[in-house]
Design a binder for this molecule. Structure first.
Ligand SMILES: Cc1ncc(C[n+]2csc(CCOP(=O)(O)OP(=O)(O)O)c2C)c(N)n1
Ligand code: SF4
Ligand SMILES: [Mg+2]
Length: 286
């Protein structure tokens, strides 16, 4: 189901904005202890740090527990179709380049059904920020393995594990052309907020991979708290160095990892009067 809401109705205040001003009146229905609560907090704290008026912000998502973020924020929101958040975000950015567009979702939404869109969003490099809450499982549909699930995760739906190598989102994003790469952890909402703020400020396609435990279907992920660490090295601007680091990374280094120098996609590239949607439509008039 697709919902579009008017932010003027629910965020009538003016600046200065607090993190609470960016929260909607809806109470999240996530399981107690779900990492997504902290990611929501990080998103609203990043918005506060940026002091962007809610009318200038849009949060777009697909389907999944993590994809409920637009319902819980008070800016423009679009809770759309499974795996299709990035095409919607791209279309919105193309039509309204003045808006800050944040796309949010899960590992199933973004890397499985939405995997092709993920690669091409990186390649296209529109000025969008994509925050993925990775819990290495399909939480909403009760615990199936996702593309980031380890091959030996033994559970009733895949006894003995899938036996399939996982997808490495940051490596794929780098190879496909994303301009800013970072990893966050839901257990550190302040740090994640700072990362999301930097990602929004950075030109081009920014990808923030957030480790966000699913306490219901992957309770062992509570251990991530003891496994994460700040990245031992500063973000690099060299894509070859970033590739080497990411290929040897164990998945628990937190921070900004890569800042690229690609120019964001020029929305006016090749645009001409003849190619405008008005004239295109006119070609089909009968
Ligand atoms: C086209 C389509 N296929 C499948 C589904 C069922 N479905 C809903 S959410 C989901 C997976 C969600 O996993 P993820 O994106 O990792 O989010 P999480 O719930 O873990 O946060 C699936 C398969 C759907 N809604 N639409
Ligand atoms: S099923 Fe998992 S991801 Fe979904 S709300 Fe519960 S803890 Fe969070
Ligand atoms: Mg998931």
């Amino acid at each position: 189901m697709i919902d579009m809401i008017s932010c003027e109705q629910i965020a009538p205040k003016t600046s200065p904005w607090s993190a609470t001003d960016y929260k909607s009146k809806l109470k999240p229905i996530w399981c107690p202890g779900c990492g997504d609560f902290s990611v929501l907090m990080a998103v609203t704290k990043a918005m506060e740090a940026l002091q962007l008026a809610p009318k200038d912000l849009a949060v777009v998502s697909g389907i999944g527990c993590s994809s409920r973020i637009p319902a819980y924020t008070s800016c423009y929101g679009f809770h759309g179709v499974h795996g299709r958040s990035l095409p919607v975000a791209a279309g919105l950015k193309a039509a309204r380049p003045d808006l800050t567009v944040l796309c949010t979702g899960g590992d199933g939404d973004g890397f499985s059904i939405g995997g092709n869109h993920f690669m091409h969003a990186c390649r296209r490099n529109l000025d969008i920020t994509y925050v993925v809450m990775d819990n290495q499982v399909y939480g909403m549909t009760k615990g199936q393995a996702s593309p980031t699930t380890a091959p030996d995760w033994d559970n009733p739906l895949t006894p003995g594990g899938t036996g399939i190598s996982p997808f490495f989102p940051l490596v794929i994003a780098l190879a496909a052309g994303a301009n800013f790469l970072a990893r966050g952890f839901s257990g550190d909402p302040e740090g994640t907020a700072h990362i999301i703020k930097q990602a929004i400020e950075y030109p081009g396609f920014s990808f923030v991979h957030v480790l966000s435990p699913c306490v219901t279907y992957r309770p062992e992920q509570k251990e991530w708290r003891n496994m994460v660490r700040p990245s031992p090295v500063e973000a690099t601007t060299d894509s070859a160095r970033a590739a080497r680091r990411l290929m040897t990374d164990d998945g628990f280094n937190i921070g900004v990892l890569f800042r690229g120098d690609r120019q964001p996609f020029n929305l006016h590239h090749g645009a001409s009067k003849a190619a405008s949607s008005y004239d295109f439509g006119a070609q089909f008039e009968i």
